[in-house]
Ligand binder design. Structure first.
Ligand code: AMP
Length: 504
């Protein structure tokens, strides 16, 4: 199997003498979980990962420590398929464990890329699980390989292990901090040494990470829904730039980086986090509903029925319906036994996935003017299929409303938005202006409107983006990337400009 086909992956040197980062190769969505001091650490980690399954469905792994030995199980597929039997839990003894769910965007995931990654250091074993994406991992990796480092995976996360291993500091925490000082980008990490569970969030806090507690034992998890599944109590979010160390002595907080204004990724609220999670004090469900209500205020239209694209468009459609007074109906029924459309790596399978996943509920749609609501348009694949499905089911008019702005820029921080030239809104940008009418025509709707960027911020309780800007990172909509993008060829804004020139 060629490394070049792996996602999240460093392109294989054979194919990629220049270490070109332009492909879809280095992006990944993930969820992380860790627990310290509980006799059922591995079983609880499996349950936590199951609640985080929406963050990654291709592979899962757990590393545990029993006071003497580390044990590791990493599998392709869903958590429930792989970590639900007693026999696998028995292979993960100990009262401390870390776990990870992941999915790749292109090509195949290979087992050696599945996290947590583990290494035997001179300080003992060390496991690390990562949600996010490093924007200078390739540069560091290249340097270390030239220096003789041998990599076991093609994952950017392995860079962290190498940097920890090479540190000359005596203690694992100091080594870990020294490693973090060298990396850029987004990281929410959980790591396990023979004495400590460590959590870390990058200086901008781009991806989420929370602290919980179960029977006096601390937990770290990507989202609060992973605490709810096991009846754990939410304590607080890990702060941006904060490192949490959990040991037999309790919980310590370290802040080794110069303080910075937090820039959490706004897409967690729009699409990525589970609606029952609370992210930075805001219930995701509530925010999505308010985005829908704001959308109704900005782009209301006379219609008979509000129809969500399930499941992603449901909370926004509820908000839109309440604000507009138009009835909410389930005009599309989702089959829950098919994975998210995005997960399938090829366009043709993706399209197939859309058809497998949704079907029209004719009795709701036939003869009606419908407002169809989804949270986002990425490539446009879902939109085209769903609008056609509504028309085929007899809808009289289909007005498409999107509860976020057009996605014009790729994400480099761990969310699978693809290369810029495959983003529909980027393709439809002419002379710096997004051709919404062109997008409407492309998806086949009677009208199309997006929530404004200010509208997003209003739904979050601000006066608008510029009032107290920027409270979040909204680079997918603005191109305003909050970190340097060392590995990304050229300046992304310049890339955008050249793209615009081509489109124009
Ligand atoms: P597309 O069909 O490419 O336009 O994708 C849009 C659909 O994918 C919408 O229904 C979204 O809910 C969903 N979506 C948006 N962002 C992501 C993402 N990062 N990963 C998976 N699905 C996504």
């Amino acid at each position: 199997m060629s490394q070049a086909t792996n996602n999240h992956a460093f392109p294989s040197p054979a194919r990629d003498a220049e270490f070109d980062m332009d492909g879809d190769t280095l992006r990944e969505e993930c969820g992380v979980f860790g627990i310290f001091g509980h006799p059922d650490a591995a079983a609880i980690t499996a349950l936590g990962l199951h609640a985080l399954q929406h963050r990654g469905q291709e592979a899962a792994g757990i590393v545990s420590f029993d006071g003497k030995r580390f044990s590791s199980e990493r599998r392709m597929g869903l958590v429930g398929e792989n970590f639900s039997s007693q026999s696998i839990i028995d292979r993960l003894p100990g009262n401390a464990a870390v776990g990870h769910v992941r999915y790749s965007t292109t090509g195949e995931t290979i087992l050696r890329n599945v996290q947590p990654l583990f290494a035997e250091l001179d300080t003992g074993g060390f496991a690390v699980a990562h949600n996010g994406n490093l924007t200078n991992a390739l540069s560091i990796r290249r340097e270390l390989i030239r220096d003789g480092a041998i990599y076991q995976s093609t994952s950017d996360t392995e860079v962290i292990l190498h940097l920890v291993a090479r540190s000359r500091r005596a203690r694992i925490l100091e080594r870990f901090i020294e490693a973090l000082r060298q990396i850029e980008g987004a990281y929410s990490l959980v790591a396990l040494s023979n004495k400590k569970l460590i959590g870390a969030r990058d200086p901008l806090g781009i991806r989420p990470l929370v602290i919980g507690e179960l029977n006096g034992n601390y937990i770290l998890a990507s989202e609060t829904c992973a605490l709810d599944i096991i009846g754990a109590r939410f304590i607080r979010d890990v702060e941006n730039g904060e490192i949490i160390v959990i040991s037999e002595d309790g919980l310590e907080s370290h802040k080794p980086f110069p303080p910075q204004v937090m820039r959490p990724c706004i897409f967690e609220y729009i699409y990525f986090s589970r609606p029952d999670s609370v992210v930075h004090g805001r219930p995701v469900y509530d925010v999505r509903k308010r985005m829908g209500a704001q959308l109704a205020m900005e782009a209301g239209i006379d219609a008979d029925v509000i129809v969500p694209v399930p499941d992603s468009g449901v909370p926004a459609a509820i908000g839109y319906a309440a604000q507009s007074g138009i009835p909410f109906e389930l005009g599309i029924i989702r089959n829950h036994y098919v994975g998210r459309t995005f997960i399938e790596p090829t366009q043709s399978i993706r399209e197939l996935g859309v058809r497998l996943k949704h079907s029209a509920n004719r009795c709701v749609v036939k003869g009606k003017r419908i407002v169809l609501i989804d949270d986002s348009i990425v490539r446009g694949t879902t939109s085209v299929k769903i609008v056609k499905m509504m028309r085929d089911a007899g809808a009289k008019e289909v007005h498409f409303r999107i509860s976020s702005p057009p996605i014009t820029h790729p994400d480099y921080y761990g969310i699978d938005t693809p290369q810029q030239d495959t983003l529909l809104a980027a393709q439809m940008t002419k002379n710096g202006k997004i051709d919404i009418e062109g997008m409407c025509k492309y998806v086949g709707a009677d009208s199309l409107a997006f929530l404004s960027i200010d509208g997003i911020y209003r739904a979050m309780g601000y006066e608008g983006r510029d009032a107290q800007r920027p409270q979040f990172t909204d680079h997918c909509f603005t191109g305003d990337y909050p970190t340097s993008l060392t590995d990304i060829a050229g300046d992304p804004n310049r890339q955008q400009l050249s793209l615009l020139a081509e489109a124009g």
